[in-house]
Design a protein around this ligand. Sequence first.
Ligand code: SF4
Length: 442
Amino acid sequence: MLKKRVAFYTLGCKLNFSETSTIARNFQNEGFDRVDFKEVADVYVINTCSVTDNADKRFKTIVKQAQKLNPEAFVAAVGCYAQLKPHELADVDGVDLVLGATEKFKITDYLNDLTKNDLGEVHSCEIEEADFYVGSYSFGDRTRAFLKVQDGCDYKCTYCTIPLARGISRSDTLGNVLKNAEEISKKNIKEIVLTGVNIGDYGKGEFGNKKHEHTFYQLVKELDNVDGIERLRISSIEPNLLKNETIEFVSKSNSFVPHFHIPLQSGSNQILKLMRRRYLKELYVDRVDKIKEVMPHACIGVDVIVGFPGETDELFLETYNFLNDLDISYLHVFTYSERDNTLAASMNDVVPKNIRTKRSKMLRGLSAKKRRAFYESQLNTKRKVLFESENKEGYIQGFTGNYVKVKAPWNPRLVNTLHEVELTKIDEDGLVRLEFIKELAV
Ligand code: SF4
């Protein structure tokens, strides 16, 4: 008998990608073959995101794409948007099943005989019920894995729907994280990226057990001892949870790389307070200074939101100048957009959309300038590069530990290998170009 085929489409963050992998493994255990989303399948699973702009339009397009490939296929939606707006998704033509946060990992129990439903069936939950933890990891390409260590968030930032979509903060046990890291290392994956919603809050248990079992610092120290992992990357961490002890440990570690991504969101204390962030800009400066004091070559990425209610021209300029003066390496710029059921959505002093767009463009320009300056500061230094697996128009690309993107003429023998190279030249496309790698010249 021919095996049933399942295909996945993942929207949103690394956490969603790692959870799609876990769901896919459940399907494979039930005897399904996993195929690409561009292929004909019997089941299409869409792992949704609530942060994506035009999430509803995007979702409809993906459903149509699945139906075009196989009009008889069973279509299921899971993920953050499915938790927040289950009935909206179920009403989309062609959708058979929508699962909320507690049900998504049990999806194979809901498939029955794969007969299409006349109306989309919803199995949702109150988000308070999503208090248990399901571990997962996924592979970005053949070189990198995203390891989930934490889920949910106890913070109450006024613009954010993630706590409504993913529930309270809870974490994997230290033992499980280490076991997963060992499994990944045996698969010849060279880099692990720690993933979660608020990973600095690592240590809270399941079922509302708020006692910290282990701290994020302990997690970092223990992971550093796992054999066979060449690189560990912290990814994104809240500034108030990035402690000196962690920064100092990373500066001495052989496997944790000098790269931090730290959400700022605004360089104006007035806006930070409206956002209910848990720090003021002075703390942010202190974190950047500490990192640069012990790792002058560290790469620091910043998340920032433009157009939050109340952000006047003056307050935006305060953010712009704050970032301009700060020793950071790049920005991820988000244009504020209203989300249902958030406090910010009902705030006064709404910023017109055209102004939001203009501010976003200004900060993206600043980001390009910052990145260029950071890359230039790295020229004539020697750094280890992990080469990736794709042939991009005759070039292979990779990242240094401190997140400088480099390219070299395509050479398959470089894939998933680490090489110490001298960074010599920035190309027209803004990447550092390596002409020749002695050890592996073709
Ligand atoms: S820290 Fe704030 S922005 Fe981040 S997930 Fe939690 S509530 Fe949302």
